[in-house]
Design a protein around this ligand. Structure first.
Ligand code: NAP
Length: 317
């Protein structure tokens, strides 16, 4: 495993992070048993991954808690999250500071730890930002002082915020030590909108959405590319829709599109940790191997940057 300093947090983290959410949720979403999900996390630890990201909303905090039981607490970095607004009603309702703090306490219990290393506002949207800053950040700062949280973080709602409106504001205000940003071959807007500032300020970055469905399901990739042609975000003659990215494998040593997609993100300057979400141990092993491989050839990366450089309306799901 390769490790890096996680921005100004000073934490030493593996460049591969185990994502306990996404479409797989460690296999919970795809019919795996709890024991199988625990085995995925344990295998991640054996492979040298020390960064594990979960969330209240994923329903995987208890699984992570069981998987890390007995492991030296100082050897792992635990990241989790909570939504600042309650879903379910006709409109999302803001949580009070007391409700939010109670949620953090519940996460601590489910994880079975005394401190959460990185605590995110989960999938935050720009219209929620003032409530987060005015009501909830002070409450979390109190929890920091009490030693229950080490670093404050925010993850964006990349499913709707394709050009990082929330993160642009958050990094300008500089309240968070860590941000989770969507970035992949299709949507590279973070290179312009987020990464220059996070690098300058030493804000640590986690990359989500590196593969998603676009790079694990050829039919989905084709559908997305058809839409991007229609919207004019990629040129009509840029790619052959029947075998759109086969040339990436022909012109590199990458053996699969997920491998190419993970390597593309891993070597993007400014990205510290690339999260990989899977419920499949074989995929996990392949992904770790991919993420530890060298960058894709620079001409190939330049071509991917050029083809998808104007894309701003998709996230790869
Ligand atoms: N707003 C937020 O806070 C937010 C949003 C999204 C994600 N996240 C975090 O980021 C993490 C990463 O996101 P993600 O899980 O969507 O990431 P991802 O790694 O880009 O994509 C995961 C998807 O790709 C598949 N996959 C993974 N490796 C594969 C391989 N080698 N071959 C074929 N398919 C493969 C997985 O299915 P299999 O299970 O079959 O491998 C899964 O469906 C999440 O787990 C979560 O921790 C946060």
């Amino acid at each position: 495993m390769d490790y890096c300093t996680f921005g100004r947090t000073g934490l030493e983290v593996s460049v591969v992070g185990m994502g306990a959410g996404g479409p797989s949720r460690l296999g919970v979403n795809t019919g795996g048993s709890e024991q199988e999900s625990i085995a995925v996390v344990r295998r991640a630890l054996e492979l040298g991954i020390n960064y594990i990201d979960t969330a209240e909303a994923y329903g995987t905090e208890e699984i992570v808690g069981k998987a890390i039981r007995g492991v030296d607490r100082d050897s792992i970095v635990i990241s989790t999250k909570k939504n600042a607004f309650r879903k379910g009603g006709p409109v999302p309702m803001p949580l009070t500071a007391e409700e939010f703090v109670a949620g953090v306490e519940a996460s601590l219990k489910r994880l079975g730890v005394e401190t959460i290393d990185v605590f995110h506002f989960h999938g935050a949207r720009l219209d929620q930002y003032s409530h987060i800053c005015e009501e909830l950040v002070p409450a979390l700062q109190g929890m920091q002082q009490a030693g229950k949280i080490r670093h404050l973080a925010v993850s964006e709602h990349f499913a709707s915020d394709f050009e990082h409106g929330l993160l642009r504001q958050a990094i300008e205000d500089d309240l968070f030590d860590v941000v989770m940003v969507g970035f992949n071959i299709l949507n590279q807007t973070a290179r312009r909108d987020v990464l220059p500032v996070t690098r300058e300020k030493g804000i640590a970055t986690e990359c989500m959405f590196a593969v998603r469905r676009a790079f694990s399901n050829p039919t989905r990739l084709r559908e997305i590319l058809v839409d991007l042609r229609r919207s004019g975000e990629i040129d009509t003659d840029a790619l052959d829709l029947f075998e759109p990215l086969d040339w990436v494998l022909e012109e590199s040593d990458a053996k699969s599109l997920p491998e190419a997609a993970y390597r593309f993100c891993r070597h993007e300057p400014g990205i510290d940790v690339v999260l990989t979400g899977t419920g499949n141990i074989r995929h996990l092993e392949d992904n770790v191997a991919s993420l530890l491989r060298p960058p894709l050839p620079s001409e190939l990366v330049a071509r991917l940057r050029k083809i998808f450089g104007r894309v701003h309306s998709v996230n790869g799901s």
